[in-house]
Design a protein around this ligand. Structure first.
Ligand code: NDP
Length: 239
């Protein structure tokens, strides 16, 4: 039986652990060839082993997303090998420090904005032509409730997600008349390293595992998905 994403090319950032790892595995299980991006080679290799063991295929791209030229180079390599990108999942993110606005460290501020916002812009910049070259280009970016609802102490992280949401919605608005659909997904509290860092007192066993979000991700990157420029909450609208 043909798999739903057979022959499609999917790039996932932050694929070395957490939600990105689960999403990459799910995309590969549905037949997509996954380009897995993150810095931790061990995590990417583990993912590669799991994907291959399940009969799928992946290309590993170990890189730091703060280095925009490496993203450009990856875009060039994808253009040369496939000439298009069908699915982009902009998932990589960092929390930074939770502290009052007046106490945020400038270094941490820059780092959070670089990974959560600027790197996603560089991805859009490098892969725009390739998404348009697909018959149904789909880009999905991971956001958070604090990106659209102010919550004290979430600092640079909240600001980066607010910026991401507007950037992605602006990009979606520019794509009218094309086959590309671009959206944001708020996964809600999920059992990952980032969540444990944000909520050290919480029992992780009370949270859904990253796999629980994958059905929503798969739906939102499928050729059948038509909405664009939306911020969707996994708990109430997509799952
Ligand atoms: P994790 O901390 O578990 O994973 C983050 C991923 O991002 C890792 O694979 C990490 O890889 C990658 N990453 C971080 N910095 C860089 C970098 N400079 N270059 C390349 N890759 C990088 O986070 P989650 O899985 O929890 O989060 C995934 C997304 O979901 C994030 O955008 C987050 O904001 C969002 N989200 C998560 C929630 C949750 O409850 N977990 C709730 C709301 C939103 P490596 O370190 O190997 O580079």
């Amino acid at each position: 039986m043909t798999k739903p994403l057979e022959g499609r090319i999917a790039l996932v950032t932050g694929a070395s652990r957490g939600i990105g790892y689960a999403a990459a595995k799910a995309l590969a299980a549905d037949g997509a060839h996954v380009i897995a991006v993150a810095r931790t080679v061990g995590g990417l290799e583990e993912l590669d082993d799991e994907i291959h063991a399940a009969g799928g295929s992946a290309t590993l791209a170990p890189l730091d997303l703060r280095e925009g030229e490496l993203i450009d180079r990856l875009g060039g390599a994808v253009a040369e090998r496939w000439g298009r990108l069908d699915i982009l999942v902009g998932n990589a993110g960092i929390l930074g420090e939770l502290s009052p606005m007046g106490h945020q460290s400038p270094q941490e501020w820059d780092k959070v904005l670089a990974v959560n916002l600027t790197a996603n812009w560089r991805l859009i910049r490098s892969f725009d032509t390739l998404l348009r070259a697909s018959d149904a280009g789909r880009a999905l970016f991971l956001t958070s409730t604090v990106g659209h609802r102010a919550r004290a102490y979430w600092g640079a992280y909240a600001v980066s997600k607010a910026g991401l949401e507007m950037m992605v919605r602006t990009y979606a608005d520019e794509l009218g008349g094309t086959a590309v659909r671009v959206n944001l997904l708020n996964p809600g509290a999920t059992r990952t390293a980032m969540r444990a860092q944000a909520m050290p007192g919480e029992d992780p066993a009370t949270l859904p595992a990253p796999d629980a979000i994958c059905p929503a991700i798969l739906r939102m990157v499928s050729p059948a998905w038509q909405s664009t420029g939306e911020v969707l909450n996994v708990r109430d609208r997509v799952a």
